[in-house]
Structure formats: C-alpha cells, structure tokens
Design a protein around this ligand. Structure first.
Ligand SMILES: O=C(O)CCC(=O)C(=O)O
Ligand SMILES: [Fe+2]
Length: 183
C-alpha cells in the first residue's frame, strides 16, 4: 500500500507550459535540503515557489482534488493541510541537475509534518535525458512515469531521488501534504 501511485494526466501539456511560465515569473533560486542546508553534491537544482493564493490558484485547486481522491483510494492517511508552497524545480544539464536519495519528512517545524509527496512531471520526456524520479518503497527501485502532466504520489517517508540530467532540462512540481504525526 505504500508503493507510489500515478495519475497519468493531472495537467495538460498547455497547463504544463503555464506552470513553466509561473516558475519563470516567480524566479528561481538554488535549492536547499530539508532543514535548509545547501550541499550541491546531494542536490543540484533551481527552485521557484508558487503562490497558491494568487496566480497559481488553479494549480492548487487541481492538486487538492487529486490528493483527496488518491488519499481516499490508496493511502488513507490523516491529512490536514498544505503547510508549504508548491515547489517548481529545474534540473539542468550544465549543472548536472539531480537530487540524491532522501526522504521528504525530516527535521524542521514544517518538514516533520510532511506525510504525502506529490510530484508532477512538467517537462516532456523528450526534453531531457537522465532526470528520472526513482522511489524505493519496498527494496524495489521504481522509475516514476515520465509522461508530461502526470503526477506521482508517495508517502513522505519513502526514499526517492532524481538521477543526474545528462541532456536538456527537466522541470517538476512538488507539493507536500501535512498532518499529525504518524502513529
Ligand atoms: O523533482 C522531483 O522529481 C523530486 C523533487 C524532490 O524529491 C524534492 O523536492 O523533495
Ligand atoms: Fe523529495
């Protein structure tokens, strides 16, 4: 029950273009780690945060509905809120963009409350090589669906990584869902 779940077309290609534009408008910074450290050998990516109450409200609306459905049918976690903004990540060939094995639940007032992670593939698979989102939920390493606009859901305690981008660039949209401690 803890293996990743994929919705094949949560966003259309035109909506993925709009997501990319929202990221450009918000502006990209160098991404940190859970807890705020910056270690390029673990993560090399540029990050933009989307305003779910403003220009990206339609994105959040879609994600809230999808989380409700997938949590009801697959995870059945007690989820209460989206305590962090949505994160657009940009992994470029020139930077060897990647994110090494990690979990999203971690130290920190918000990170410790993360229970479910959702990653949308914003780029078309033809736009890059490498850049695979891999999960290790049960000693089987699975590559997430790469279809543009697809969304992969997994518990925030599941190990995952993004392999180095070796050609082009990959954009993704990550959202965390929060709730009371696992028990
Ligand atoms: O870009 C991805 O596919 C995953 C990003 C990620 O794992 C994170 O930001 O915690
Ligand atoms: Fe992550």
């Amino acid at each position: 029950m803890f293996v990743p779940v994929t919705l094949p077309a949560l966003f259309t290609p035109a909506e993925c273009d709009a997501l990319t534009a929202l990221g450009e408008a918000a502006g990209y910074d160098q991404g940190g780690l859970v807890g705020g450290a910056l270690l390029e050998n673990i993560r090399s990516a540029r990050i933009a945060w989307l305003d779910d109450a403003g220009s990206a409200d339609w994105v959040m609306e879609r994600i809230v509905a999808a989380v409700a459905e997938v949590n009801r049918t697959h995870f059945d976690f007690v989820l209460t809120d989206f305590a962090e903004r949505m994160q657009l990540a940009w992994y470029g060939e020139a930077q060897g963009g990647h994110f090494d094995w990690h979990t999203d639940i971690g130290d920190g007032a918000l990170a410790r409350r993360r229970k479910l992670t959702l990653v949308v593939q914003v780029s078309a698979p033809e736009a890059y090589e490498g850049g695979a989102l891999e999960t290790n939920a049960d000693a089987n390493i699975r590559s997430a669906d790469t279809a543009r606009g697809s969304a992969t859901f997994f518990p925030a305690f599941v190990l995952h990584r993004v392999t180095p981008v070796t050609r082009g660039a990959r954009h993704s949209l990550t959202t965390w869902v929060h709730g009371p401690a696992f028990r």
